[in-house]
Structures are given as C-alpha cells and as structure tokens.
Design a protein around this ligand. Structure first.
Ligand code: HPA
Ligand SMILES: [Zn+2]
Length: 340
C-alpha cells in the first residue's frame, strides 16, 4: 500500500479541532454574502495571504474576525458538515470537537442557535459517514470567569449533548487557575474537562490544569517537555496530549517540523495524539498533520499506528464504542502488515 494511503486510511480519532477553525475562506465568503456581513478581506486570496502568524494572538485576532459570518443555525450546520466531510475523507471515524460559544453569544447569536446548528451537522456525520462525534464547550480564557459561568448556565439544558468543557484562546496571562470554580461546577455536573496548556504558557500552567482544573486530557502540552518531573507524571498517569503539528509550525511553537518534539514525546512514553486544531488556518486536516511529520522524518508507519491507537485510547468514548473502534483499527493493521 502506498504510504500516503496508509496515513489517510488508517482509522483515527480527532480530539483537538475547533469547529470555528475549520471555516475555509470559500465558506467564509459564501456566508458573508448570504448574511450580508462585511469581512475585512476583498478576496479568497486576500484571506489566505493574511494567514501568516508569528504567535497565537496573531491567529486569534483573525480567527475571531472570520467567525463574524456565522449567524444562523444553518451556518453552524454547514460549517460542521464541511468539517465532517473533510475529516471522513482523512480516515476519521470519531471526532471530539470544540466550539467557542462566547465568540457567538457576545455578537448576539443565541447559544441555542449554535447548538441546534452543530447538532444538525453531527447527525449528518453519523448518518452519512457513520462517524461518532462528541462536543466540547470551550471557555475563552481572555474573558473573566463570570462570563464562563454565564455560558455554563446557558449550556445546562444541553448537557445531555455536551461531553465536556475546555479552555482556549490567549494562554499567557490567563492561567488555568482563573477558571477553578467553573471547572469544579463542570465536574459536579459530570462533564469531562480538558484545557489548552503549555502551548505558549509555561509548565506551571500544565500543573494548574492537572491539579486545579483536574483535566482528563491536555491540549497541546508541548512545554511540559521542559520539566522532567512533569514528563514522568504525565507518562505514569497515561495523560493524553492532543498535539497539533501544523498549528505548532504556523504559530511558531516550533520553527521547523524537523525539530518537532513528537518523537521525544513517544520515546518518553507520553500518550500523544495528532490533530489539526484549526485546519482552515494552519494548512491541513488531520491526515496532513500525520503526513507532515512522516515527511519530516519524525515518524515511522509503526508510530503512525501508535498515534492512531492513542487517539482512540484518549477519547471519551464508552467502553463498548472504544472496543469497536480498536477492533476496526486492528483489522486495518492486519490487512496492512506489509506497511509496518
Ligand atoms: O491553538 C489554539 N490555542 C488557543 N486557542 C485557540 N483557539 C483556537 N485554536 C486555539
Ligand atoms: Zn486548539
């Protein structure tokens, strides 16, 4: 089997995907026209030109501006359907996707409109691709905890459809401890917890995510590698890291994929997974993230198989669904032993 096909077709889960970050310029323009919203770009080429970042905040400014075109439930459904179609083509059989309600509610879009649209997209993915999907509500960390609590309360009637809460946006200056109370409330409500930590922020933020927010999974986590005790702890606890290589490259978390720490993470026994983060902005969906590290000489096909397995082990699937996904992965690997 051609290497490219192996990477694309191996069954995998995606665990770190911001649905607003899957808004391709073409859909951004179509929605701007449909909703008569003005955007600060004159053409699709103009949009792609603007996607040159030196740090997280450069990206976030453009990402929030792009989200202005999302107004109706139909918009959120179209956005989600486009992502699930693309993910299915990359071998994604299970996805756990982030959404940022505050980005929308602060513009006057009701929480329920966001949920109705996303859930219509999820249903379409289940029906047409047989994909399972879980939703993770992210709080914007540059806003205060009261705003996070207001969002949490708007979400309450949807808790049957929301698997967990997360923490994203500008990391430095907004440590996990700022959201201790709302994460405790989420835990009491039986929700899973994840948080972006150690993307730009120091290892101390990773400790706070673990000890104060009591996260079930760590998003990015790259800077954990600066602290040997933290590495040992993450390995011992089989803490899943949702690593995003093309995001790391575009946001200058790494300067070159040949220096990406994925191989070190695997060597140290960390349960790393590969994900696309904001694929419309960072230049590739999930299979492209695997391929980029293979091309950079960082991963063998055996490593690719390990990462795919980790993606299911690190998911929030129940035991029965997890077993089903792992059996499908094992059957694929058995059919492709020659590639290993
Ligand atoms: O990679 C990210 N980091 C923080 N916030 C985000 N919001 C979307 N993507 C990201
Ligand atoms: Zn992210």
């Amino acid at each position: 089997m051609h290497r490219q096909d192996f990477i694309t077709e191996i069954p995998k889960a995606e665990l770190h995907l911001h649905i607003e970050g899957s808004l391709e310029p073409e859909l951004m323009f179509a929605l701007a026209r449909r909703n008569r919203v003005s955007i600060p770009f004159s053409s699709i080429e103009d949009v792609r030109q603007a996607y040159q970042f030196t740090k997280l905040q450069d990206f976030l400014d453009i990402y929030y501006a792009g989200a202005d075109v999302l107004l109706t439930a139909e918009d959120f459904r179209d956005l989600a359907v486009a992502y699930f179609d693309r993910a299915a083509a990359d071998g994604v059989t299970h996805a756990e996707i982030f959404f940022d309600p505050q980005t929308h509610t602060l513009r006057g879009v009701p929480f329920d409109v966001v949920m109705e649209g996303l859930l219509a997209g999820v249903e379409d993915a289940r029906r047409r691709h047989g994909m399972s999907v879980l939703l993770i509500l992210c709080f914007l960390r540059h806003l205060d905890e009261d705003s996070a609590f207001a969002t949490f309360r708007s979400a309450e009637k949807w808790f049957g459809q929301i698997s967990g809460v997360g923490l994203d946006s500008s990391e430095v200056g907004h440590p996990p401890s700022k959201f201790a109370k709302v994460f405790a409330a989420a835990a009491d409500a039986g929700l899973k917890r994840v948080a972006h930590a150690g993307e730009e922020g120091p290892p101390a933020y990773v400790y706070e995510a673990l000890d104060i927010l009591r996260v079930d999974r760590l998003d990015h986590g790259n800077r954990s590698l600066e602290d040997p005790f933290l590495i040992s702890r993450l390995a011992r606890d089989a803490m899943t890291l949702t690593v995003c290589p093309l995001s790391n490259l575009k946001l200058c978390v790494v300067e070159d994929l040949r220096n990406h720490p994925i191989d070190i993470m695997l060597e140290k026994g960390l349960r790393a997974t590969l994900n696309s983060d904001d694929p419309a902005y960072f230049g590739g969906y999930v299979a492209e993230n695997y391929r980029a590290l293979v091309d950079a000489g960082k991963l063998s096909n055996r490593d690719v198989a390990t990462l795919a397995r980790n993606s299911f082990l690190g998911s929030f699937l129940n035991d029965e669904a997890l077993t089903h996904q792992l059996e499908r992965l094992d059957a694929f690997l058995l059919r492709h032993t020659a590639a290993l």
